[in-house]
Design a protein around this ligand. Structure first.
Ligand SMILES: Cc1cc2nc3c(=O)[nH]c(=O)nc-3n(C[C@H](O)[C@H](O)[C@H](O)COP(=O)(O)OP(=O)(O)OC[C@H]3O[C@@H](n4cnc5c(N)ncnc54)[C@H](O)[C@@H]3O)c2cc1C
Length: 338
């Protein structure tokens, strides 16, 4: 385990922001993790946990210790003829883990194919796509308490999962390091193809009999055509969460903007796609020097190369202000700003 000084972070964040960490270390097992936390040289340093860097916007050099989590391992905890309980190390690549499950005929994660990042970050914002969130298959996680070094198990109820959120993104932010996550998957699957785009893509692929593999292929095809590949164009996926408004607020908006797009929620609130709001105000495709709003995806802010995170943050704030001024809706940022 080597602690590097003034380490360049460009290759460790999908926005490809060129900042440095004062100290940077990659840990491969729990002992290494405990050792670095106990090391007196770094005890007073500010700390940040890093997975795949796909939900982060660095706006400045990090004046402290970045700990990149590489803890690996996939183990079956228990299984019967219907279900399997499977535990994965926090450093496992999320998409590879999804493919591993599909290969073994364990179903439940196929709709979450091709989401960048690691298993350890999956509960942080309760990753979700195409009608599925990880809370739907979550059993428990193991996390190391940064202040004591003790491992604590968090079960479903203790994680406070919400839309793109959990207790680890809010109340317990930077207090625990997730070291493994356990999911319960199905051997006799009930597939979720409620999102129109999946059904249509399966149809165009000529699929009549569903399987986790076919759904995963469909999701990969949709995502590849819709979202910019961070290997080619720096980005962190959706920059904003989709906001919810009250029925009364929505009625007012609908009267003014008859084409507004909306979805029902589990509550009386109405969800409005942030992408629609951003596009309605003409932000889609707007480019400023080397950054801007993606030309096909209004929810995605991109770095065309060499941009700094502060400019991107300022652009996000300008978008938020314009949406509030026009629609009286407070857009919330999904990406973690550092
Ligand atoms: C092209 C693209 C598409 C995307 N699509 C989706 C999508 O469909 N749905 C979705 O929900 N998200 C999506 N995302 C966002 C992102 O992929 C997820 O949030 C992912 O879970 C982040 O994983 P990561 O390992 O890269 O986390 P990082 O970006 O490294 O970290 C994110 C946050 O989690 C913390 N963290 C990371 N690992 C740990 C750990 N082990 N313990 C404690 N804290 C930790 C970090 O400190 C940070 O605050 C997308 C991103 C991109 C670039």
């Amino acid at each position: 385990m080597e602690v590097k000084e003034n380490h360049l972070l460009k290759e460790y964040n999908t926005f490809k922001i060129e900042v440095k960490a004062k100290y940077f270390v990659e840990v491969n097992d729990i002992d290494e993790l405990k050792n670095i936390l106990l090391d007196k040289k770094y005890s007073s340093q500010k700390k940040m946990i890093l997975g795949g860097g796909s939900n982060i916007l660095f706006t400045q050099d990090f004046d402290g210790l970045i700990i990149k989590i590489n803890l690996l391992g996939i183990n079956i905890f228990s299984q019967d003829e219907h279900n399997v309980t499977i535990k994965a190390g926090a450093g496992e690549n999320w998409h590879d883990f999804v493919l591993y499950c599909i290969y073994n005929n364990f179903s439940g994660l196929e709709n979450l194919s091709l989401i960048p990042g690691t298993v350890g970050a999956s509960p942080i914002q309760n990753i979700g796509a195409y009608g599925v969130e990880i809370k739907d298959v979550f059993v428990q996680l193991e996390a190391l308490d940064i202040s004591t070094g003790n491992i604590r198990i968090f079960d479903y109820g203790e994680c406070d999962f919400s839309y793109r959120g959990s207790i680890f993104k809010y109340e317990l932010k930077n207090k625990y390091i997730i070291v493994s996550v356990t999911y319960k998957l199905k051997k006799n699957p009930v597939f979720n193809v409620s999102y129109g785009a999946i059904r249509d893509t399966l149809d165009s692929m000529g699929i009549t009999e569903l399987s986790a593999k076919y759904i995963s292929d469909a999701v990969i095809s949709i995502r590849s055509s819709k979202l910019p590949d961070p290997k080619i164009l720096g980005n962190a996926g959706s920059f904003f969460k989709n906001p919810e408004v009250s029925q009364e607020h929505f009625i007012r908006l609908k009267a003014q903007y008859p084409n507004i797009v909306s979805y029902k929620t589990n509550t009386s609130n109405i969800k409005i796609p942030a992408g629609w709001l951003i596009e309605a105000l003409g932000w889609k495709g707007k480019t400023f020097d080397n950054y801007g709003v993606h030309q096909y995806q209004a929810l995605v802010i991109v770095n065309y190369g060499g941009s700094n995170g502060s400019d991107i943050k300022n652009l996000a704030n300008d978008i938020i202000k314009s949406i509030f001024d026009k629609f009286e809706i407070n857009l919330e940022i999904e990406v973690n700003i550092i």
